[in-house]
Design a protein around this ligand. Structure first.
Ligand code: MF3
Ligand code: CO
Length: 248
């Protein structure tokens, strides 16, 4: 069942999502070559709490940290560690906030120092793919209209979409129905309706789409070692264009 939220509920979600957006902006300024992903996590956790939120990922299905930090060929769910970032890395940060009964979820991939032309193109195409998907998130469209818009844009730019992980409904739970794949044929799946709240999150690889999970049980990596990027927004379906809740 896809939960429809009232205006009041969406305003509560908007507050959790605003914390996601603000902390993400703080993180963009904080990330530099030489810093560890653990230091980034500690900074983020402190900011989330000082803004009145709770880190949503900590303890979720046993996940051991407040945010996910995925570097280079890591796709998603990387665990913050003492490993230092180098100039030229790309860092994906995934951030979830719980506040007053509701969740917000967002992700950004950022360059660390100066990065390659390929990395710059990957970040640009992945973020643009997210917006291609959001453009389709209007009432009466179907879920797979989002999916196909993302896949088509990514593949037209010579990259591949990860198929093993998907976007999702979000609200009083971090993951709700429907699942939102980043691939597929348009015109399929549930019809979108005002009051639905969705987390759309393309994961895009420079090489093949295949991924595997490291022995830590969490970190998802590309099997061919290609770079990967991840952008995510939590949105609300309105009677017109989608409202992006995780944007300042
Ligand atoms: N944004 C990711 C998702 O929607 C967050 C993963 S939560 C984790 O799946 F705690 F499991 F890492
Ligand atoms: Co998500």
């Amino acid at each position: 069942m896809i939960v429809i939220k009232t205006h009041e509920e969406i305003e509560k979600m908007a507050h959790a999502c605003k914390i996601v957006a603000e902390v993400m902006e703080d993180l963009k300024a904080f990330v530099k070559p030489g810093i560890t992903t653990k230091e980034i996590e500690m900074f983020a956790e402190e900011k989330i709490i000082s803004k009145g939120g709770t880190p949503a990922f900590k303890g979720y299905r046993g996940y051991p940290a407040s945010i996910c930090t995925s570097v280079n060929n890591q796709v998603v769910h990387g665990i913050p560690s003492r490993v230092r970032l180098n100039g030229g890395d790309v860092l994906s940060i995934d951030l979830g906030v719980y506040r007053d009964g509701f969740y917000g979820d967002g992700a950004v991939t950022m360059p660390v120092g100066e990065v390659s032309l390929l990395a710059k193109k990957l970040l640009k195409v992945t973020e643009e793919a997210l917006y291609k998907g959001i453009d389709k998130a209007t009432p009466r469209n179907r879920v797979s209209d989002i999916s196909s818009a993302i896949e088509n844009y990514v593949e037209a730019n010579g990259f591949s979409v990860v198929k093993a992980f998907v976007g999702h409904g979000i609200g009083m739970s971090l993951h709700e129905e429907p699942q939102i794949p980043n691939f597929g044929i348009a015109g399929q799946g549930p019809r979108l309706k005002e009051g639905m709240t969705l987390a759309i999150e393309p994961m895009v690889n420079t090489g093949g789409h295949e991924v595997s999970i490291l022995d830590d049980g969490w970190t998802v990596v590309t099997i061919d070692g290609g770079l990967s990027a991840h952008f995510e927004h939590t949105i609300a379906i309105t009677d017109g264009d989608a409202r992006i809740l995780t944007k300042i």
